[in-house]
Design a protein around this ligand. Structure first.
Ligand code: TMP
Length: 207
């Protein structure tokens, strides 16, 4: 049976991670892997329903702890229903965001206690950790430019530039803390240049 592999992609909104996730999934499939592509919050019916609550601009009164628990609820179900069984079957999972997003957004940017967020993450993932994580680092203004063609902003995007700066700093801190797992990629370049760096990291783990 093939060796399972769990890859996550992270970064601020508009960093280009979803494009890179698609390229990663295609490359690994071409290399003969059985690849499952997911996104967070979401990926399955229950978690997509939770995503709709989280992103709805009408839910402006949502408190930080409610938000944290909704992300964790969506994640717990995705891990239980899809990610754990897929990895147990030797599949490759490429997930757009995972618990590093919660650390960056809810702890670093929203200011929730980092230990509490770490415990909530652990409750949701039950020991299921990515083998490799890419953080796509772009200046906040560049990410804003990339997003501006996409239409109406969701509840999170409405939080503004200062919030995105804190998220970006959070992701950089996570990458510095866990360099073996988390690769910080300069994403303020062309899709091809960024993917060249990503490919080098994939080769380094034998993917
Ligand atoms: P997306 O735009 O990448 O699909 O992500 C949806 C939004 O949810 C994005 O603004 C980041 C936010 N988010 C958190 O704040 N915490 C989390 O744990 C996750 C997974 C996403």
């Amino acid at each position: 049976m093939a060796q399972s592999l769990f890859i996550t992609v992270e970064g601020i909104d508009g960093c280009g991670k979803s494009t890179q996730a698609g390229l990663i999934a295609d490359a690994l499939e071409t290399a003969g892997r059985d690849v499952l592509r997911l996104r967070e919050p979401g990926g399955i019916e229950i978690s997509e329903q939770i995503r709709a609550i989280l992103l709805d601009p009408e839910n402006g009164e949502m408190g930080d702890v409610c938000e944290l628990l909704l992300y964790e609820a969506a994640r717990a179900q995705l891990v239980h229903q899809v990610i754990e069984p897929a990895l147990a079957a030797g599949r490759t999972v490429v997930c757009d965001r995972f618990y590093d997003s919660t650390t960056a957004y809810q702890a670093f940017a929203d200011g929730l206690d980092r230990d509490m967020v770490a415990q909530a993450n652990e409750l949701a993932v039950n020991g299921c950790r990515p083998d490799l994580t890419f953080v796509f680092d772009v200046p906040v203004e560049e990410a804003y430019r990339r997003r501006s063609g996409r239409g109406a902003e969701d509840r999170l995007e409405l939080k503004g530039g200062a919030f995105q700066e804190k998220v970006a700093a959070g992701f950089r801190a996570i990458a510095a803390e866990e360099p073996a797992r988390v690769k910080l990629i300069d994403a303020a370049r062309s899709v091809e240049e960024v993917f060249a760096d990503v490919s080098a990291e994939l080769r380094a783990v034998g993917a």
